[in-house]
Design a protein around this ligand. Structure first.
Ligand SMILES: N[C@@H](CCC(=O)N[C@@H](CSCc1ccc([N+](=O)[O-])cc1)C(=O)NCC(=O)O)C(=O)O
Length: 217
């Protein structure tokens, strides 16, 4: 089965694995699924050929020979997880909770984390920047407190490693180096456990190699 994903030709994050193809790469590596990557420039992402695949002109997308063409990184990870062992439990109640954590990562934790990252890049000169940052960081602190309370000293969010942890780790990585995360060393350790997984390391190295090659070119 041939799988092809799309990714930035040259990621603005300089190969730090923050672009959302990273979570798809990681899921494919956990699943042991080989994949090809179509690298796209910002311009190509807005051209008809890609817009036919992704109505919002973004990456990642996922194409599977004889299967669906998908966009939305969470949906792609779920599609992979449903077809390969190792990312969702087999037992129905545990599986439902792992999917619940996928939604929690993308729906409850990622929005303020991603908005804060965007604000710090694009909105610093706005008159309301400081107030908006304060509101976003207060929300992030509440999310980290809730996550810390749930996690306790557990290795993963709910039993064994799942796609919920995969998505949550990719979301939380964006806080690395911040005072917000420094207040929660146990969450930093949780992220590090995700980053220590061989599948994560293969995925990270692959996306890093794209940036390195683009920088050498
Ligand atoms: N909800 C969608 C969001 C996809 C998305 O935001 N894609 C971004 C790249 S990942 C988001 C991202 C962008 C940049 C960095 N960075 O660190 O520079 C990190 C992550 C994109 O294509 N942006 C181009 C555009 O919208 O025109 C999903 O999860 O797949």
């Amino acid at each position: 089965m041939t799988v092809t994903i799309t990714a930035f030709e040259r990621s603005p994050d300089r190969g730090n694995g923050l672009a959302r193809d990273m979570r798809v790469r990681w899921a494919l590596e956990e699943a042991g699924q080989l994949y090809d990557v179509r690298l796209l420039s910002f311009q190509a992402m807005k051209e008809p050929a890609h817009l036919a695949l992704h109505p919002f002109g973004q990456i990642p997308t996922y194409e599977e020979e004889g299967g669906p063409a998908l966009f939305e990184s969470g949906a792609i990870v779920l599609h992979i997880a449903e077809r390969h062992a190792g990312l969702l439990p087999g037992e129905a109640k545990a599986r439902a909770r792992a999917i619940m954590w996928m939604f929690a990562a993308l729906n409850t934790v990622e929005p303020p984390v991603f908005e804060r990252a965007l604000a710090r890049i694009l909105e610093r000169d706005e008159p309301w920047y400081e107030q908006r940052l304060r509101v976003l960081e207060d929300t992030i602190r509440k999310r980290l407190a809730g996550l810390s309370r749930h996690l306790g000293d557990a290795e993963w969010l709910d039993g064994g490693f799942s796609a919920g942890d995969l998505l949550m780790v990719t979301v939380l990585r964006r806080l690395q180096g911040s005072e917000l995360l420094a207040a929660y060393p146990e969450i930093a350790a949780y992220i590090a456990r995700g980053e220590a997984r061989p599948a994560y390391r293969r995925a990270f190295a692959a996306q890093r190699a794209v940036f390195t090659a683009a920088s050498a070119g």
